[in-house]
Write a protein that binds this ligand. Sequence first.
Ligand SMILES: Cc1cc2nc3c(=O)[nH]c(=O)nc-3n(C[C@H](O)[C@H](O)[C@H](O)COP(=O)(O)OP(=O)(O)OC[C@H]3O[C@@H](n4cnc5c(N)ncnc54)[C@H](O)[C@@H]3O)c2cc1C
Length: 299
Amino acid sequence: MNIDHELGSRLTYGLKKDEPMSKHTSWMVGGPADYFLQPADLDELITIVSYSDRHKLPLYVLGNGTNLLVLDGGIRGLVIHIGSAFNYLKSDQYSLTAGAGISMTGLAKSAAAAGLTGLEFAIGIPGSLGGALIMNAGAFGGYIGEKVRLVKVVNYFGQVITLPRKEIHFGYRDSNLTGKGIIFEATLALEQAEQAIIAKKMEELSAERRKRHPKLPSAGSVFRNLPGKPAGKIIEEAGAKGLRTGGAEVSTEHANFIVNNGDATASDILNLIKTVRQLVKDKFNLELHPEVRIIGEEI
Ligand SMILES: Cc1cc2nc3c(=O)[nH]c(=O)nc-3n(C[C@H](O)[C@H](O)[C@H](O)COP(=O)(O)OP(=O)(O)OC[C@H]3O[C@@H](n4cnc5c(N)ncnc54)[C@H](O)[C@@H]3O)c2cc1C
């Protein structure tokens, strides 16, 4: 197998070897991906997926890397980054069709510009639409799943599949889209409203986010909330705010965020996650479960 010749040479942006994932995650940590590829269009995406299927190479999809802890040993196989080529959008009176690479903030702003309401909650969520659909991202009582009309994926055999709403299930920060393939496009059902009202709502939510969220590199909320009880509150009550491991720290502003103080490794963050879980278990006999996805290999 000569991957450079057989695959890299056929792609507009080529293929990168041993690409540090710290360059592609909001925590700014993570070891190298064996092969890192960014398809320039749908045909190139299909080419990459078909190649990985033929050669039985593991494949991992990366959106904006804002919900991922990539371990320091990195990722074996191919990492496909769904990026700027899939940053397109078209709208009509009641819906919006967008590429999976568009950011949630870009999506919210475009909907507002088109006079469409329903995505105000997405302003400030730093993920891509693809990642948001997988995670059923949400905020301020809204979530992406409730807007979905259909999702298009390239499955792991390289075929384009359209998934209608009735085949997709969305739960709390979860959906059954995981494992279905690489999401490249979705259509969302929205409603019309006055642009000024939408803009005002988005400005309020942005201000609220600026107030609540730490500025240092993070992956947003680390743990899932427990029924009726926000994880941040439990962690704070356990006395974990400000706890440190190496360069990782439980944020003093928001206890469910772990921030990178500048020189954290993935192993620092992972150890701090384990420490917080143990502390909460010991104090309250409660089990916290990570919302962030932990992938790759330890060193
Ligand atoms: C400061 C900050 C604030 C945040 N606030 C919120 C918030 O308010 N609400 C919220 O829900 N989340 C929040 N998050 C978390 C994060 O932004 C969301 O989970 C987001 O949906 C992840 O999108 P992503 O593109 O970064 O996905 P990634 O982190 O790149 O990937 C997440 C998962 O989705 C998969 N995936 C990504 N793209 C695709 C694709 N095209 N096809 C198939 N699978 C794919 C990946 O394989 C991975 O399993 C926040 C994060 C940060 C850093």
